[in-house]
Design a protein. Structure first.
Length: 357
């Protein structure tokens, strides 16, 4: 019988809308917990096979009074002793307790200099911490190239696109656009950063034959145009709007690595307006219209290619599933756990990383 993988999630999830990382990791944890070969460990000081990081952030559901980030010295201690806690490490060594340190697997999220134009302390600590990880997972090749340009030097990157819970985000019973009808476009954002390109959402809403909606936040300094605000929506509400009202999802955001909102929309059968300035194009190129030449040419291409985009979305429906993603993550976790137990190595042997297309 295959040994059960004991996995600790350093990022503590919460229910309700809290950004793409929380949505993705909640779905991933649920999918892995349903696997009889996996056990989710709830205490970070319990023995586990894999200590799984979402960069160094502990998540919105982290225990009260705990620090927001785990530090690189804590990860070094975890790698060497099996616990990130200095007092526990000293106690275990004093008592001679035999603890097998876990593999440390990190899911990369963003690069501060690239995303925000500045390098913060967390970014510096992250690069130090990556010296102690067994394996690192990038969400897109675009994201890997950013880290590589910044000095990331490990060989054979592991790249796994995100996925979504298709019990919620599915295309069954959804409406489709027909020529001659208004094109209903929905967008979403849980931050007001300028890179979200609210100006393009507003500009598209003013074009003839477009009906525009936006879920989440909207900045005070960008005119609404004809956009109708929906406020923050939960997963079920958003999925219902995708199927029952919307024809197209709009995600003009720049510098995004692998936006979960785009995958949620595509899983519901919606083609996408997208920016090529980021990783979104890797997900949506075959299922949407790029905005690099402006909103009017993009709208024309969307109307002309809508039927073809719908067909390709249907063909790739299973790819958007968290079930596919969980299987790929589990393969990496098992490989990493074997590397720690068999080789005692802090990283995979050069060239031995599992590359997932």
């Amino acid at each position: 019988m295959t040994k059960r993988l004991r996995i600790f999630f350093n990022y503590r999830i919460v229910e309700g809308p809290w950004g793409g990382a929380n949505s993705f990791l909640r779905a991933l944890q649920t999918a892995l917990a349903a696997d009889p070969e996996v056990e989710i460990v709830l205490n970070e000081h319990e023995e586990c096979d894999v200590f799984f990081l979402n960069q160094l952030y502990r998540g919105p559901g982290r225990p009260r009074f705990s620090k927001k980030f785990i530090s690189s010295p804590q990860l070094r201690r975890l790698r060497d002793t099996g616990t990130s806690n200095l007092w526990r490490a000293a106690s275990w060594r004093f008592t001679g307790r035999a603890v097998r340190p876990p593999a440390i697997v990190c899911r990369l999220v963003n690069h501060a200099q690239h995303s925000y134009g500045k390098t913060d302390r967390a970014q510096i600590d992250l690069f130090r911490a990556l010296g102690y990880t067994t394996a690192d997972i990038f969400q897109t090749r675009y994201q890997y190239e950013i880290f590589k340009a910044a000095g990331y030097a490990k060989l054979a990157p592991i790249i796994i696109n995100n996925g979504v819970d298709q019990l919620v985000f599915h295309s069954r019973g959804r409406i489709v656009w027909r020529p001659g009808q208004p094109l209903v476009v929905v967008s979403s954002a849980m931050s007001r950063l300028r890179t979200k390109r609210f100006d393009l959402i507003s500009a598209l809403s003013l074009l003839p034959g477009v009906e525009s909606y936006h879920a989440g936040l909207w900045p005070d300094d960008v005119p609404l145009g004809q956009v109708r605000l929906l406020g923050p929506l939960g997963h079920d509400e958003m999925a219902g709007f995708f199927r029952q009202k919307a024809h197209v999802f709009m995600h003009p955001s720049e510098k995004d690595n692998c936006p979960n909102a785009v995958l949620e929309a595509m899983s519901c059968g919606l083609p996408v307006f997208f920016s090529r300035l980021g990783g979104t194009a890797e997900l949506a190129e075959a299922h949407g219209a790029a905005l690099d030449e402006g909103v009017e040419p993009a709208l024309r291409r969307m109307r002309e290619g809508y039927g073809r985009m719908q067909a390709t979305l249907q063909q790739r429906h299973d790819y958007f599933s968290i079930v596919r993603v969980a299987a790929e993550y589990k393969a990496v976790f098992r490989r990493a756990a074997e590397a720690r137990s068999l080789m005692g190595a802090p990283t995979f042997a050069p060239g031995a990383n599992m590359v997932i297309p």
